[in-house]
Ligand binder design. Structure first.
Ligand SMILES: [Zn+2]
Length: 255
């Protein structure tokens, strides 16, 4: 993982729209520049033998399709692409249109992953010698999903868990979804937990204000399973009405 990510600025003229990080030759992380949109979301592109899968398409004037096309061409990977979303909020789906216009692209939802009994049942997809498990994790948003890559041991948690403000819209579902991920990871290796944003600063308990584009000293993207346990403990400690809690690496914010 990079020691620091680009955010947006200080000089936007020198900032590319996307920072593309090769985690390994089959797993790429794309970060949208804060100069394009303050949400600065992270996108994930995973390659199997038969197809590639992209999680999320960016915010605002997203040129994710161009960035992904270029990357796949550079890597000489002419595979069909499956596009899916961590959840349906606009800062994760803004680039959809350009993907819909691309050849060899299909969109996947819970049903595509074989999830019939939402949210208890897990699903998955085989990208070709590479299985991605899919968990239903409503709470931040009703159709939120998490993705577990068995090859790397990376769990993608979208906006449910990341170093920043975790907006909880349905507290009961959010708690059940957190418990679901804790149970799922109890018997599996977790290399990193990667979410879709960084809003936390490198200083414990301190986050950048909403709308910040340039974050010269932000928290690392990667979290570990301990953070998932910490989140569960904090949620369980709140009996009754959920209140805002600032923890070292993230903040729980009821909406
Ligand atoms: Zn969201």
């Amino acid at each position: 993982m990079p020691a620091a990510w680009r955010t947006g600025g200080p000089n936007c003229l020198e900032q590319p729209d996307w920072q593309v990080h090769e985690y390994n030759s089959d797993f790429y992380i794309l970060r949208q520049s804060g100069c394009v949109h303050y949400e600065k979301p992270f996108l994930y592109l995973i390659f199997g033998k038969q197809r590639a899968m992209l999680v999320d398409t960016g915010a605002g004037e997203s040129s994710a399709a161009d960035a992904v096309k270029k990357l796949m061409a550079q890597k000489k990977r002419e595979l069909p692409l499956v596009v899916t979303h961590s959840h349906g909020h606009g800062d994760h789906t803004a680039g959809d249109k350009a993907f819909q216009a691309m050849a060899n692209v299909s969109f996947a939802q819970a049903k595509t992953f074989g999830i019939e009994n939402w949210p208890e049942q897990a699903g998955g997809i085989d990208l070709g010698d590479r299985i991605i498990d899919v968990l239903a994790i409503p709470g931040h948003e009703v159709a939120h999903m998490a993705f577990y890559d068995r090859r790397t041991g990376i769990l993608l948690t979208g906006d449910h868990l990341y170093p920043g403000r975790l907006y909880v819209r349905d507290a009961a579902e959010f708690l059940r979804s957190t418990r679901r991920m804790v149970e799922f990871t109890a018997t599996r290796p977790v290399a990193h937990i990667l979410g879709c944003h960084i809003e936390q600063s490198a200083e414990p308990f301190v986050d950048y204000p909403t709308g910040t584009r340039y974050q010269p000293s932000e928290h690392s993207l990667e979290l570990g399973r301990a953070h998932l346990l910490e989140l569960l403990a904090a949620l369980e400690a709140q009996k009754g009405k959920l209140e805002k809690v600032a923890l070292r690496d993230f903040t729980i914010v009821p909406k």
